[in-house]
Design a protein around this ligand. Structure first.
Ligand code: ADP
Ligand code: MG
Length: 352
């Protein structure tokens, strides 16, 4: 089990004649036994960064260390991938179709043989609940079982590092939650350092202790899932980690004016700002709501049932073009007029 350190890593690809810098000096430390999540839109270089850590791709510049050992440096692989002892699971689990589940797992293990190998595989299969399907071929397994066999294969060689690149995106929504919980459980149980990469914040939030948001070739923010969700450093980060309403606002005399409301804020520069409010931090009500601040009258345009709650779309009565999403525990009549409230401590303010 290792600490992974990525220092000032850049990667430039050539697209025809034009060089494109995909990674622009990435710094990252993943502590021994921690589970790091990397979130970013498609095409931001997440897979490229994983391939550099795994030694499958060479950095254009910068260094990668496993503990204190240099494994990659500018244009050079110092320790080859097969000697980095990494267990990897990719989006396509790529099990060998002509091998039974057991052999798919055993094939990856070089350091064990015979009875010792069998014991190891059975131990992992027990944790992942695939003991009964070890003698089946991949085509005889469900998607969830295939994913667990791929995970078992990655774990069977006692990896120093587990790399999971979009491991849940091929799973049905129905089993995705249990797959996430399982990954978290085995990562903690085996105590292995892990990196989970996804474009879906739910994947990252459910398994990672710490997460980084990769944007434009660099980490825009690194923090706990709660920090990223509650205190995003920019509107782009806020948008990537969850749904958010974005409005224009003004800070005057230490107070934020947004819509027809005034919210107390601390330590902010005066002037025009962008304001972010998550749908669950808003409420539409005819009455006063204790602890919440009124933003003025709104008209309900849409009220739809989402299975567990209601989703409203509302507009300030004086400006129909502004629309806000509100999560509500009850439906509202279309065109009804009520007051919009916000939880003031949850209001996010970004520089324009
Ligand atoms: P992500 O995993 O975040 O979706 P990738 O790391 O796969 O992003 O890709 C980042 C960018 O680098 C993309 O624009 C992709 O086209 C480009 N890219 C990745 N690998 C190569 C390669 N081998 N040659 C040229 N361009 C590449
Ligand atoms: Mg990718």
């Amino acid at each position: 089990v290792v600490t992974v350190k990525v220092s000032k890593v850049t990667k430039t690809f050539r697209k025809g004649k034009t060089p494109v810098e995909v990674l622009k000096g990435v710094d990252l430390v993943i502590e021994r036994g921690a589970c790091m999540g990397i979130l970013g839109p498609s095409g931001t270089g997440k897979t490229t960064l994983m391939r550099i850590i795994a030694g499958l791709e060479v950095p254009t510049s910068g260094d990668v260390y496993f503990d204190d050992k240099l494994v990659s440096t500018s244009n050079r692989i110092v320790v080859p991938p097969e000697r980095r002892n990494i267990g990897m699971v990719f989006q396509s689990w790529a099990l060998y179709p002509n091998m039974k589940a057991y052999d798919n797992i055993a094939f990856a293990v070089k350091n064990r043989k015979g009875e010792e190998l069998r014991k190891k595989i059975e131990e992992i299969a027990e944790v992942l609940d695939i003991k009964k399907v070890l003698d089946r071929y991949p085509r005889e397994l469900s998607g969830g079982q295939q994913q667990r066999v791929a995970l078992a294969r990655a774990l069977a060689k006692d990896p120093s590092l587990l790399v999971l690149d979009e491991p849940f995106s091929n799973l049905d929504a129905r089993i995705r939650d249990s797959a996430r919980a399982l990954v978290k459980k085995v990562q903690k149980e085996f105590g292995v350092t892990a990196i989970v990469v996804s474009h879906d914040p739910a994947d990252i939030f459910s398994v990672a202790d710490v997460a980084g948001v990769l944007l434009d070739g660099n980490f825009a923010q690194v923090g706990s899932p709660i920090e990223l969700y509650d205190s995003p450093v920019s509107a782009r980060v806020a948008r990537l980690v969850g749904e958010i309403n974005e409005l224009d606002g003004q800070v005057e005399g230490g107070k934020l004016k947004v819509l027809n409301g005034t919210v107390e804020v601390k330590g902010l520069d005066e002037g025009e700002v962008k304001v972010g409010m998550r749908p669950e931090d808003l409420k539409v009500s005819e009455d006063q709501v204790p602890g919440m601040v009124s933003l003025g009258k709104v008209r309900v345009k849409v009220s739809s049932y989402t299975g567990s709650s209601f989703r409203l779309v509302v507009s300030p009565i004086e400006d129909d073009r502004v629309e806000l999403y509100v999560n509500s525990d009850r439906p509202m009549d279309i065109n009804s007029i009520a007051l919009l409230y916000v939880r003031p401590e949850k209001v996010k303010i970004f520089r324009k």
